[in-house]
Structure formats: C-alpha cells, structure tokens
Write a protein that binds this ligand. Structure first.
Ligand SMILES: Nc1ncnc2c1ncn2[C@@H]1O[C@H](COP(=O)(O)OP(=O)(O)OP(=O)(O)O)[C@@H](O)[C@H]1O
Ligand SMILES: [Mg+2]
Length: 260
C-alpha cells in the first residue's frame, strides 16, 4: 500500500487540492500559540479536505498538532492564518456567535472525556444540542433508533454518574449524532475505553458512515481504530506527512514507527 501519497513538504505537490464540495477543508492553515520566544507552531500551512461519507483517522506523535487541526477545522479554535471551511462557509469570517450557531447546527463532537452535563439525564444530555437550537425539534424516531443500536435505550432516565464509562461514551456519541450533523469530529473517542467497548464504538461509527452517510474525522493513537477508517492522515510537527486509503493495522504501525 502506498502511504506516501502526500508530499512531505505539504506545499501542494503530489496531492490533489481539497475539492470545493468537501464537507470540511483547511487551506494554508497555520496556528501559532504564544508569542516571541514562547511561540509554538502547532499547525504549519496545512491544506486538506474531508469528503462526505468518509471516515478519516488523524494520527501522529503526541504534540504533533492533531487536536489543533481538529479544533481549528471545526471552529472550536481560530487559525492564525489560512482558512477553515465547513461546506462553503469560511469559519474565520464568522463572529463567535455565528460560529456557535454553525457548530450546533452542522457539527457533532465526541471527546475522550465525554463532557456530559452531570445534572441532566442521559436523554436530556443527548437532546441538548437540539434543544439549544431554537426552532429545532428532536426526531424521536431517530433518537429511539440511535439509543437502541447503541444499547443505551433502557438507561435514558439515568444521570451520567449512574452509567458506566462505555455507556457514557455512547451517550456522547448519540448526542453528537442526533442533530444529523454534516461532520462529526472525535478526539481520541476510544482513549478511555477497554478494547471490547472500543471495538463496539468503532463498529457503530463505521455503521453511521456506511448506513447513515455520516462524515467522521477522528483523532486517534490506536492503529486498530485507524484500520476501521476509509483514510488515515499523518501529522508531524504541525505538517501533513502522509496519507493512505483503506489502512490496515500493519500499514499504520509501520508508518507510526517511521515517524517516531
Ligand atoms: N493552548 C495552547 N497554548 C500553547 N501551546 C499549545 C496550546 N494547545 C496546544 N499547544 C501546543 O501545540 C502543539 C500541538 O498540540 P496538540 O494538542 O494539537 O497536539 P496533539 O497531536 O493533539 O497531541 P496529543 O496526542 O498529546 O493529544 C503542542 O506543542 C502543544 O504543546
Ligand atoms: Mg490531542
């Protein structure tokens, strides 16, 4: 398998430009944290697109810029220079308020530390993004289908503290999916899970892509998780240094060894 589809200098040589119908894309995206001697370049002139109905893994060493890429792409953080598009909207042109409306209506998020609201029931946590979106209504049929597939239908009245780690994670997945977002961004969603629960979650995410047409961008350290994806991209020192389609566990392990 060719894992060298990208030119390592990421100058646009040797890889196609992102397409304008990509559901999300970064163009010449850079992010610098801090100033002067304390400045850290977390993203360095990254150009990449994410296609509809595609499940992409973002991999690379700790501190390489994976989370920064995801946060800037999704408008949770702002680029220092370059552009981050969701559909044809350049998120850098939006006010904070417009950004939060876009995030709520078009994007779903899954984090390693679930970010559930302790005082709300599982059901209230799941429907929160829809409840916050004035004018939107919860699709009860879709909610029932989601919670059934995720195996949490009988835990809807429980608070997060009354659920296991895996159940909390599945509540977070349902919450990300319920508004039928254009893209789900997941930052190490399996990081806190045992291998069985992690496998179940990945199977479900895969199903969401194949059966519901969901687009997913997932940061992960786990080669097995990446092997569930259609594509893996590799980040090192804030730059894109590789890309492969249909990665196998062995391909991913080889590439990780090469980068470390
Ligand atoms: N808020 C911040 N202030 C200053 N530096 C930051 C900030 N956030 C991230 N960085 C730095 O930017 C670089 C990229 O960080 P990022 O969190 O994107 O890495 P990562 O690839 O997600 O790492 P990990 O696998 O450990 O989660 C690192 O050097 C990090 O220290
Ligand atoms: Mg990270």
């Amino acid at each position: 398998m060719n894992t060298e589809l990208l030119d390592s200098n990421n100058s646009g040589n040797g890889r196609p430009d992102p397409q304008s119908d990509d559901v999300a894309r970064l163009v010449g995206a850079s992010k610098i944290f801090g100033e002067d001697d304390a400045a850290v370049t977390a993203l360095d002139d990254v150009t990449i697109g994410f296609r509809r109905r595609e499940f992409t893994a973002v991999m690379g060493p700790s501190g390489s810029g994976k989370s920064t890429l995801m946060y800037c792409q999704s408008g949770l953080d702002r680029l220092t220079s370059g552009h981050a598009y969701i559909g044809d909207v350049d998120v850098s042109t939006l006010t904070d308020q417009e950004l939060s409306v876009l995030r709520r209506s078009k994007l779903g998020f899954i984090f390693q530390s679930f970010h559930l609201v302790p005082a709300l029931s599982a059901k209230e946590n799941i429907t929160l993004p829809v409840d916050l979106d004035s004018g939107a209504e919860v699709d009860e049929e879709f909610l029932a289908e989601l919670t059934d597939v995720l195996g949490i239908a009988n835990r809807m009245e429980n608070r997060p503290s009354q659920l296991s780690g895996g159940q909390r994670q599945r509540v977070a997945v349902a919450r990300a999916m319920i508004p039928r977002p254009d893209v789900i961004f997941a930052d190490e969603p399996t990081g806190a899970l045992d291998s069985k629960t992690s496998g179940e979650l990945l199977t479900y995410l895969r199903q969401a892509v194949d059966e519901l047409g969901q687009t997913i961008v997932m940061v992960t350290h786990d080669a097995v998780a990446a092997s569930h994806c259609d594509r893996v991209i590799y980040v090192q020192d804030g730059r894109l240094v590789g890309e492969a389609l249909h990665p196998t566990v062995d391909d991913v392990l080889d590439k990780i060894r090469e980068l470390s």
